[in-house]
Unconditional design. Structure first.
Length: 131
């Protein structure tokens, strides 16, 4: 497996872990999100989204689902650009909105995140013929 595919696997495992954490403790998501509500945190979040978007785009050809990874890569990059445009004040509003959601809704977000992470790991893992 290439380094880029390993990076996607690492990102996917991290997302699965964070998603499982949120399913187990839904109050953890708003607490975790508040770490990014600062000027440096905002730019870290923007940079991470742009980097993951580029990584997904460039590893798409070596994956089981190239079209899906390209779309996800574009969505990650666009979410990074949108976050940069929205700015810190609106990010705070989004975090505040998320903190008042019902625990079942936050658990749903965590479950979706875990499933997306698992999909990424599966998508870039080698087929039996490649192993």
């Amino acid at each position: 497996m290439t380094t880029a595919r390993w990076l996607v696997v690492g990102f996917g495992v991290m997302v699965v872990c964070i998603g499982a954490w949120v399913v187990a403790d839904p109050a953890a998501l708003p607490e975790y999100a508040t770490r990014f509500v600062s000027p440096s945190g905002l730019w870290i979040a923007v940079g991470m989204r742009l980097a993951v978007g580029a990584l997904l785009w460039f590893t798409a050809t070596a994956s089981r689902t190239p079209a899906v990874l390209r779309v996800l890569g574009i969505l990650f990059a666009l979410s990074g650009l949108a976050l940069a445009i929205l700015g810190l004040e609106r990010l705070q509003g989004i975090v505040d909105w998320g903190s008042v959601l019902a625990p079942i809704a936050l658990r749903g977000v965590g479950l979706v995140a875990a499933l997306v992470g698992a999909f990424l790991v599966w998508s870039v893992s080698p087929r039996r013929s490649e192993a």
